[in-house]
Design a binder for this molecule. Sequence first.
Ligand SMILES: NC(=O)c1ccc[n+]([C@@H]2O[C@H](COP(=O)([O-])OP(=O)(O)OC[C@H]3O[C@@H](n4cnc5c(N)ncnc54)[C@H](OP(=O)(O)O)[C@@H]3O)[C@@H](O)[C@H]2O)c1
Length: 251
Amino acid sequence: MNQAFNLQGKTAVITGGTRGIGKAIALGLAESGADIVLLQRSDDTSAQEQMRALGVRCEIVRCDMENLDEVKQAIPKAIEMMGSVEILVNNAGIQRRAPAVEFTEQDWDDVIKVNLKAVWVLCQQAGRHMLEKKGGKIINIASIATFQGGLYVPAYASAKGAVGQLTKALANEWSSAGINVNAIVPGYIATEMNTALIEDPVRSRQILERIPAGRWGNPEDFKGAAIFLASDAANYVNGHLLAVDGGWLGR
Ligand SMILES: NC(=O)c1ccc[n+]([C@@H]2O[C@H](COP(=O)([O-])OP(=O)(O)OC[C@H]3O[C@@H](n4cnc5c(N)ncnc54)[C@H](OP(=O)(O)O)[C@@H]3O)[C@@H](O)[C@H]2O)c1
C-alpha cells in the first residue's frame, strides 16, 4: 500500500458503524490498518467482529446520539480506552419524511439532535483532544441535501446544510493546528435510510434517470474517499466537501 494512505497506529472513532455507509467506511479504515472505536447504541457485535477479523483492534463505546450525556462522554471514553484518537468520522444519521405542513416537532427535534447537535458535540470533544495532540482528521458525513432542499425532508436538509457550514467553520479555526476537517457528500445510496424511495417505483426511476453514473451508490463506494481524507494524503485538504454522488450535483 502507498504509505500516504497507511493508517496503522491510528485510532478512528466512527458513529453509525453498525450498517450502511458507516460500516463500509469503518471496514475501509480498518483495511488500511486503523484501530476502530464504534460509537453505537445497540448490543450488536457483528460489525466489531468483522473489524477484528481484519487483525485490528476494535472496541465498542455505547452511545445513543439522541442522549446528550452519552454523546458528551463518548470521546473521553474512547481516549481512555485507546490512549488517543487520531480520526473521527461523524456518520450516524436519521431521516424523517413528511410534507412541511405536517412535519412534527418531535421529528424536527430528533433529526436536529442526531444529525447536527451530536456531530457538533463530538467535533468539539475530538477537537480539544486533537489540538492538544497537534493533529487529527475529522470527517463529517454531509449529503446532497447540504446543497439542495430535497422533498419532504425539511429537518434533514436543515441539519445537513449546517453540517457543511460547521465543517468549514471548524476547518477555519483548526487547520493551522494540523487538524483537517472535511466532509463527504453522499448522493443517493442504496441503504436502509432510503427504503421508502427505493420502494416507490416513480421516485426511484426519477432519481436513477438523473444520476450520470447510471446507478445508485452503494456503501463500498465510500471506502476510498474516507481512507483518503483520514490519511496523510489529505494533509493539505481543509474544509472540503467531497461529493461521492455518481455525478448528481454536477447535473
Ligand atoms: N443513504 C443515502 O443515500 C445518504 C445520502 C446522503 C447522506 N447520507 C448520510 O450518510 C450517513 C449514513 O447513512 P446510511 O444511509 O448508511 O444510513 P443507515 O443505513 O440508515 O444507517 C444509519 C446508521 O446510523 C446509526 N444511528 C442512527 N441513529 C442513531 C442513534 N440515535 N444513535 C446511534 N446511532 C444511530 C444507525 O445505528 P443502528 O444500527 O443502531 O440503527 C446506523 O448505524 C448518514 O449521516 C446519512 O444522513 C446517506
